[in-house]
Structures are given as C-alpha cells and as structure tokens.
Design a protein around this ligand. Structure first.
Ligand SMILES: [Zn+2]
Length: 150
C-alpha cells in the first residue's frame, strides 16, 4: 500500500502528512497559536505536525487527519511560499542566501548565525515548524554553491 495512504506513524512516533505523505515535524501549542488563523485554530488540538513539503497545501495536521492549509494561516510561511522569510525572527530570505552564494562567502549567513544565538531569536513561536532555520539556511547555501560548481 502506498505510504501516503497509511496512517502508521514511524517507529520513532513521527506522523505523515495525510495529503502528501511527508514526515511531519512535531510542533507545539505556542507555534500553532501564532500561525493558525483564529477561526481555524480550534480545528486542531495543542499538538500537531508541520508538513515541510513546499508544494503541499497542508501546513499542520494531527493524528486524527485534521489539517490546517496555507489559506488558514495568519501570514504565509516558507517553504509553502518561497518568498516568505526562511527565518521569521530576522527576516532572512531565499534572496539573502542567493546573495551569499553569488558572492561566494556566507557573510549574511554568518551574521544570521550570530543573531540566532541571541535572545531576539524566537524560533519556537515565529518559525512555522517551531525550529531554528539555521540548518535549512546552511543546506540551501551548500546546495547553491554546489549547483554553481564552487
Ligand atoms: Zn503535506
């Protein structure tokens, strides 16, 4: 049976998006309260998972297959909207990553790394998956430089 249509969680307890089958990232009440529009918030409990597959409309889902889609959010989030900031705390975007790739030195990313350690970082609340964006930013930079053959 197609993995996308089974509702067996992974052995480590992770849930799959009921729409696209991607493995979700568990998010907390804090994250959901911030991102989900008031009218839709009651449709989910206090624990849900984030689907990080860019082309999937489902943003949050729970183990009962209840979902919150992109148009039920307070504002658009990366990667559902590639123009939304990757780092919601400091407004770091895909353009910033590309500018660093262009330059061949991760100047902006290093600055972001510094800021991410400060108390101004509010990833748990502001990030759609409740996690720090640094890993994703570094992944994008490395992918960008590899694509250019650096
Ligand atoms: Zn999905």
């Amino acid at each position: 049976m197609n993995k996308a249509f089974t509702r067996e969680p992974d052995p480590d307890g992770r849930e799959h998006c009921p729409r696209c089958g991607s493995v979700g990232t568990a998010v907390s009440k804090t994250t959901l309260d911030w991102h989900v529009h008031e009218q839709s918030r009651s449709g989910l409990g206090d624990s849900a998972s984030f689907c990080d597959f860019a082309r999937c409309d489902v943003v949050y889902f729970d183990q009962f297959d209840r979902t919150v889609t992109v148009n039920e959010l307070q504002s658009s989030v990366y990667p559902k909207d590639p123009a939304a900031p990757i780092c919601a705390c400091f407004g770091f975007s895909l353009e910033d990553v590309e500018a660093d790739v262009e330059q061949g030195t991760p100047v902006r990313i290093r600055e972001l790394l510094e800021k991410s350690k400060s108390s101004d970082a509010r990833c748990l609340t502001l990030a759609a998956d409740g996690r720090c964006c640094v890993r994703e930013v570094q992944r994008l930079y490395m992918k960008g430089t590899a694509d250019r053959g650096y």
